[in-house]
Unconditional design. Sequence first.
Length: 107
Amino acid sequence: MNKSFPIFVVEVNDKNVIINIKYFSSFSFKKFNDDAKKVYDKTLEAFDKGDELLFPKSSEGLSFHVRPKAANSNDTFEFSNGNQITKRTFWANKSTVEGLIKNYNIN
């Protein structure tokens, strides 16, 4: 969470034509460490209880969530309840990313 990384923000118009590109050399989620810890802990709870419905969702009001990230429907792993489920990963909520970008004065 404390790592900074470079990003390009590409702005397009309603016809999907690029109208602006901005580069930021140091983009970070470090101010969201508390939310990240909560999402991580909820994910551990889902594994401990063997209940994939406990994975944090974007609607829970935290800055991050867990959702499927698989190459295809066969890209699975054995969950702690013995079921094969699609691979999952952590994601930053859209509103989190948009808020960070606005802090860089990109509108």
